[in-house]
Structures are given as C-alpha cells and as structure tokens.
Design a binder for this molecule. Structure first.
Ligand code: ADP
Length: 495
C-alpha cells in the first residue's frame, strides 16, 4: 500500500498557466471563426476549410493542454514519450474535425448537438489523458475517480457549449467580432477548467526510474517555439479566414449591383417592347375623352342641354382619365430603379396581371390568349415585377411569331402547374416554332432572327429565372413553340 505522504508535491508556474489560458481563448476564437467559414463554403472549398480548420483548431487545443502540463512542476525530471504525444495530437485533430463538421451543418437538432458534444468531449478527454500517459518520470500516476469523472463531464459540457456557440455564430452580423470574443473567452475558460480538473485528478507517487526510450526533454526553447508556432498558425488561419470573408462580401456587393443593373435594363427593354401597347392603351381613353368632351360642349352650346346625357358623358371622361393615369403608374412602376425584391408571389396572379396588360395589344394582332391555371399552387419567393417581365417577354415573342402565321388560329396558351419543388409555368403558341438547329443559342445575349430584333428578351428572362433559383428552357413540341420555367419554393436562397 502507498502512503499518502509518498505523493509528490507539484506546483504551478502561474505565468505558464496564464499563457495556456490565452492559447485556449485564441484557439477558441479561431475555432468559432473557422466554423463560420466552413458553413459559408461549398464542395471542395468546404472540405479544405474543414481540413485546415481542424488542423488549426486541433493544434490550438492540443497546445493549450500541453502547455498546461508543462506549467506543472514536479520535484523530479519529466520527459515525454513523443509517439504518445503525437497520438494525443491526432486525437485533438479528430475532435476538432467533428466539432467543425457538426457546428457548420445547416441544422443542428438536440440529438446532433448531444452526439457531437459526447464525441468531441471524448476526443478532448482522450487527448488529455493520452497526453498525460506520454509523461516519463520516476513516479506512477494515481487518478482520483471523482475528479476524473468531473473532468469528463466538464469536457462534454464544454463541447456542448462550444457547439452551440459556434452554431449560433456562423452567420456574419455586425456583432460577430464582439460576440465571438465573448464566446471565445467563455470557451477558453471552459477548456482550461477541464484541463486543470484533469490535472488535479492525478497524484504522482515516487517509483523506480522509467523506460526513457523515445522520450524527449522539453527545453524552455522548445516550449516557447511550439507556442510561437501555434500562435502563428492560428493568426494565419484567422487572416486567411478574414481575406476569404472579405472576398465573399465583395463578390456578393458586385453581384447585387449587376443584378440591379440587369433588372433595370430588363425593364427598359420590356418598356420598348411594350411601347406600342402602351401608346394604344393611352390613346384609346384620350380619344374617348376628346369625343365625350366635344359632345358635352355641343350639348351645352345647343342651349337645351340634357342633364342625363351630360352626366353620362362626363362620367365616361372621368373613367377614361382614371384608366389613362393607371397606365402611366404602371409604366412608372416598370421604369423605377429598385433593388430586387423577394416577396411571396402568387404566380397565377402574375399571369393574370400580364394577361390584362397585354389584352389589347394581342387582340389588335388577332391573337387569342387562354390560360389553364392550377388552383393548388404554393407561393414562391420572387420579384413580381421581374417575373411579370419574363412573362411579357415570352408572350410578346409568341405574339410576334404568330404574326407570320397565316394558316390556322393564332393562339397562345399559358399554363401553371405544381411541380415537385415549386411551380411550373408554360407559354405555348401555335406559330412556326423555333428551329431546333438554333438550340440554346436563342438564350444568348443579342441573338435574334428578327430584322428589328434586339435579342435580349430571352437572355434577360433566363437570368431572371436563374436568379430565382429556377430554369427557363424551350421544350420540343409538335405545334409551335413551348417555353417553360420553374420557380422553386426555396428560391430565396439563390438570390
Ligand atoms: P428578340 O425577340 O429581340 O429576337 P429574344 O431573345 O426574345 O430576342 O428572342 C431570340 C430569338 O428566339 C428570336 O429572334 C426568335 O428567333 C426566337 N424565338 C423566341 N421566341 C419564339 C417563339 N415563340 N417562336 C419562335 N421563335 C422564337
């Protein structure tokens, strides 16, 4: 039996303890920051961030523990079995990879958070006790079961805390840096508490000299060298992360600008195509106003004006004036420069609006427009004005194609239907159709087969649908041309 007196008295170098806590906080900050990068990335880049992040975070956590062990001084020389030290580092790496993976996923339910924290906690405990097993000193280690249990529970608790914080901080906000700093301090304190509880769980009882094969002494130089290398690595990881974040932000400002410009160009082009229809729409009420005005004047000049006739004529003047002003407001709405909007759109409503807008122009071309609209459509996120423009482009193209057809009816059919991830809209005409040899070239900017065509309508429509997360395509059909586009219910993410 070993007497309690035989336990070696160890002491802590407080400076080293403080430095280990600083490393823990820095590693935690890097971990929280890198979790955000893993979340933001996709495909191979995501894998690269996960790998790089796990290495930086693994080294950080491992170095904190190792530093904590070096902060503990025993009255006997201590060497370290380097293969075991390496094994403890690999365990830290694995725990970090699990932590980054779990906290960067799209969803983290209670089950995932708990499983993740048990795996991560087990990894940290494994790293800590493997690290202690690497110690070579003329003593045997005796563990207090109560304190070991405490350190395990603390590790799991700390992991849960870390995962929740990292998950919560993944999205970039104005408060990201101060919040990350606060969370990192808490996490760093928790890692340190776990480590020092684990150290307190161990007593060293003098024994015969150990087997020193593969053991190395950690000199003060090596100790400081590892700290500097770790901090350098963490700072490099943070700097790379910051550059990546800035680049992403910049690309997404530029993209928004390009989209806004595109939306504006679309409106202007749609305006050009609509010019004739609008002139007609305004001209009609104006002619009616002049006719009714002249009629009223003649009645007044006749000396015996009929009040009922005058009331009817003036009422028509007011109605026609209101109609003309509604047309003007619609044109202003189309021309206004504005950021792309995402609202919950009822696509059937958009189809009806466009049908109403183009009714007169189509009837002038003797084109009959019919609709087959599904009643159970989900709403989809989208910009109503942009979607109107796409439909106007497709219908105007169909109408133009029908102008050349002399035989058979001039018909346009707009259909809406539900599809697995949102809605499907089709515009079909009974015209000559698109030459299959042209293929997808019709979607290229400035491609036109018309003498006075611009060749931008389909290309802009394609971009608009793409920015909504959907697809615009031409479908082979036996009669005329059939264009269709999809709009997903989760299309907001794509914009
Ligand atoms: P534009 O109408 O100015 O030519 P678009 O990009 O809208 O530009 O259309 C590109 C080309 O696609 C048209 O010139 C035409 O050849 C073809 N196209 C588009 N819609 C139809 C249609 N409904 N029927 C036949 N051809 C069409």
């Amino acid at each position: 039996m070993i007497s309690a007196n035989a336990v070696m008295n160890g002491s802590y170098d407080h400076g080293e303890v403080a430095r280990s806590v600083v490393i823990a906080i820095t590693a935690s900050y890097a971990a929280l920051d890198l979790a955000g990068r893993v979340t933001a990335a996709r495909g191979r880049v995501r894998l690269a961030w996960l790998g790089g992040g796990a290495i930086a975070m693994g080294i950080g956590i491992w170095e904190m523990h190792f530093k904590g062990m070096l902060a503990f001084h025993l009255p006997v020389p201590v060497e370290y079995h380097w293969p075991t030290v390496l094994a403890s580092f690999l365990v830290a790496l694995l725990a970090s990879a699990v932590a980054l993976y779990v906290s960067s996923r799209e969803k983290m339910g209670p089950a995932e958070a708990l499983t993740g924290s048990v795996i991560m906690g087990a990894g940290i405990v494994g790293m800590h006790y493997t690290g202690m097993a690497a110690m070579r000193l003329p003593a045997v280690t005796r563990f207090s079961p109560l304190l070991v249990t405490c350190s395990i529970l603390l590790a799991i608790l700390f992991s849960l805390l870390a995962l929740l914080m990292a998950f919560d901080l993944r999205e970039e906000t104005r408060w990201s840096v101060p919040r990350r700093l606060g969370s990192a301090t808490l996490m760093g304190a928790a890692v340190s508490a776990m480590h020092y509880a684990g150290m307190a769980a161990a007593d060293f009882i003098p024994a015969s000299p150990p087997d020193l094969s593969y053991a190395v002494t950690i000199t003060p130089y090596a100790n400081s060298g590892v700290v500097i290398a770790t901090l350098f690595l963490l700072v490099a990881a943070l700097a790379t992360s910051s550059v990546d974040r800035r680049a992403r932000v910049e690309v997404s400002e530029q993209m928004r600008q390009a989209q806004e410009d595109l939306a504006r160009v679309t409106r202007v082009v749609a305006m050009g195509e609509l010019a004739a229809a609008i002139a007609h729409e305004i001209n009609q009420p104006l002619t009616a106003i002049v006719t009714n005005g002249n009629f009223s004047l003649r009645r007044l000049e006749s000396g015996t004006p009929n009040a009922n006739d005058l009331r009817a004529a003036i009422t028509e003047i007011v109605n026609d004036g209101t109609r003309a002003s509604a047309v003007i407001s619609r044109i202003r709405g189309l021309l206004m420069k504005g950021a792309p909007i995402r609202t919950e759109v009822d696509i059937n409503q958009i189809i009806q609006d466009v049908t109403n807008l183009l009714r007169i122009e189509l009837s002038r071309n003797r084109v009959s427009l019919s609709t087959e609209l599904a009643s159970d459509l989900p709403r989809v996120p989208g910009d109503p004005v942009q979607l109107q423009q796409v439909l106007i482009n497709l219908v105007m193209n169909a109408s133009e194609a029908l102008r050349t057809s002399t035989d058979g009816g001039r018909e346009i059919l707009i259909r809406s239907a539900k599809n697995p991830d949102g809605v499907l809209v089709q515009v079909q005409d009974s015209g000559p159709g698109v030459d299959p040899e042209l293929g997808d070239r019709i979607f290229e900017p400035f491609f036109t087969t018309k003498a006075n065509g611009v060749g931008m309508g389909l290309s802009i429509s394609y971009s608009i649908i793409e920015s909504h997360g959907g697809r615009l395509r031409i479908v082979p059909t036996s009669t005329g041309a059939l264009f269709e586009f999809t709009l997903p219910t989760d299309g907001a993410a794509a914009s």
